[in-house]
Design a protein around this ligand. Sequence first.
Ligand code: HEM
Length: 147
Amino acid sequence: MYNILKSAHSGWRYIVLILLVVAVVNALSGWLGKKSYTEGNRKLNVFTLISAHIQFLIGLILYFFSPLTKLPMSEPAGRYFKAEHAVIMLIAVVLITIGNARSKKVADAVAKHRNIAVFFGLAVILIVVAIFLMVKEVPGRSFFGIS
Ligand code: HEM
């Protein structure tokens, strides 16, 4: 069970990151190019939101199953997975949720694109920083590996 969840969480990061990057590029182009907000844009943003929520849920279950979250805070891997990873990723997922909700609330197409570009963009930065922190603090972890 633990191994399946760990591999799923490890591999699913690529889906989340790819969708996020595509959504941000699209939103930037829509915002700066003052384009209309298409059904395709809306679907891409919703799929990105869903992929992040799935990753969050797998991470939440892993939090209780992983031996790494049972390590003491004095160990870098313990501190990273118990606190840093969970908190930074939680903030990233909240930003994605807010960005999508705000894009639905506003009527103007350019404002919709701007909300996605800003909130999803901040989330990408946080996720990349968190993964780099993991590579730095946890031995044996790599940015592009799947464990
Ligand atoms: C978008 C959100 C998230 C992303 C992109 C993400 C990404 C990752 C990555 C890349 C790893 C390392 C996997 C490997 O080295 O193969 C990992 C491990 C882990 N994540 Fe997340 N994560 C996210 C959210 C969360 C959340 C919210 C929690 C907990 C509340 C969480 C808990 C964990 C745990 C406990 C591990 C260690 C699993 C183990 O090796 O035992 N993650 N995550």
